[in-house]
Design a protein around this ligand. Structure first.
Ligand SMILES: [Mg+2]
Length: 382
């Protein structure tokens, strides 16, 4: 079974007028995603999702014009070989770094979908896992900057759905962040896990003031206080308190950057995104490296049900799996456009889909509803 064709389809959704979610990376205007379709000589078609990296057209071009010519004709089940060829011929030199990681991620995911369909096995089984209950937190583009009361009400609405953990967006002013965190803890009580995400918006001085409060409210982690390559600040932040783990990884690409994170000794929770870091193949390598150091893998989620399904299968087959990031965004029609991929239970847990491969039935006619809009999806808050 050979790879015969690789196609990338960009899709976009503009948020309704006047509606946005604001967080450390800015205010959301639109959602973008790239669906990758891989066709084979035996007629099996696999689907994956590449993160658009704020430039969907660039990633689509990379897939069509640079990676596809490298991969068409290769055995469709050889995910390691495909990965290796892209690494050798693209990453190693003149390779556009993170952009290629995004592009490769969707192709790799589609190849795993093909492997599962060919074997008539759900991916969790193919990867060596089982259909187990996976703890989930209410995340995605939600719980953004707002008044403490409104934020607590939004958080409460997810608890009512079954979630036992929520992720608040911080990285605003220190004063407002502290007020929100204290209020939400008071309203939710002590049994809910409160996670926090600064989306790279803090300085080390701000982190010094916020982290003791996060320790007081027993926050589960502080995610991405700093830019992805600011390892010096990450190292400093890890010394502030042993009580709040520092998390990062959604903007770290391939095992090599996670190895740098390990060497910095500053990040205790790893969050690779299967649509960004190099696909399922690379996420497994990252998880294996983390497992030797007892670092949990709390994979970051992208936009569509394809990424969500892949992440659920991956977590169900990962020894050191942590939470699944469940997208609870009010403004993400991509989550359920092929039907719901996960359902939160009263136990705060979800399960991977049961069908072969990713277990997602893709109806391509739906793409016409979401024509691509190029350009970034956020406006800056500065
Ligand atoms: Mg994040």
């Amino acid at each position: 079974m050979k790879i015969t064709k690789i196609t990338a389809v960009p899709i976009s959704y503009r948020l309704p007028e006047g509606k946005t979610v604001t967080m450390g990376v800015g205010s959301t205007l639109k959602r973008d995603a790239i669906i990758v379709r891989v066709e084979t000589s035996e007629g099996i078609v696999g689907y994956g999702e590449s993160h658009p990296g704020r430039s969907p057209g660039a990633i689509v071009s990379l897939i069509h014009n640079t990676l596809s010519p490298l991969l068409v004709g290769m055995p469709a089940t050889d995910v390691v070989g495909a990965w290796q060829r892209v690494h050798r011929m693209q990453f190693s030199s003149h390779g556009l770094g993170a952009g290629t990681a995004l592009a490769l991620s969707g192709i790799d995911m589609a190849l795993w979908d093909i492997r599962g369909k060919a074997a008539n096995m759900p991916l969790y089984e193919l990867l060596g896992g089982s259909r187990k209950r996976l703890p989930a937190y209410a995340g995605g583009i939600a719980l953004g900057y707002q008044a403490p009361q409104a934020l607590a009400e939004e958080a409460q609405s997810y608890i009512e759905q079954g979630y036992r953990a929520v992720k608040l967006r911080i990285g605003d002013t220190v004063k407002d962040d502290i007020a929100r965190c204290l209020h939400v803890r008071k309203v939710l009580g002590d049994d809910i896990d409160i996670l926090t995400d600064a989306n790279t918006a803090y300085t080390i001085a701000q982190a010094r003031r916020v982290l003791p409060v996060l320790a007081d409210i027993q926050a589960g982690w502080l995610e991405e206080p700093f830019a992805c390559n600011d390892f010096a600040s990450y190292r400093e932040a890890a010394k502030i308190t042993p009580l709040v783990p520092i998390a990062a990884g959604e903007n770290h690409f391939m095992r090599f950057e996670f190895a740098q994170m390990l060497e910095a000794g500053a990040v205790q929770v790893w969050q690779p995104d299967l649509s960004k870091t190099g696909g399922i193949t690379e996420a497994q390598r990252i998880a294996a490296m983390a497992s030797a150091f007892r670092i949990p893998i709390n994979a970051h989620s992208s936009a569509t049900g394809l990424n969500h399904a892949a992440t659920l299968h991956f977590l169900a087959a990962t020894e050191n799996a942590g939470y699944f990031e469940a997208c609870v965004s009010h403004f993400n029609p991509f989550r359920d456009m092929f039907g719901p991929t996960f359902k939160i239970g009263a136990d705060g847990c979800v399960e991977p889909p049961a069908g072969p491969g990713l277990g997602v039935e893709v109806d391509e006619s739906i793409f016409d509803k979401f024509p691509a809009v190029d350009g970034p999806g956020y406006v800056v808050k500065f």
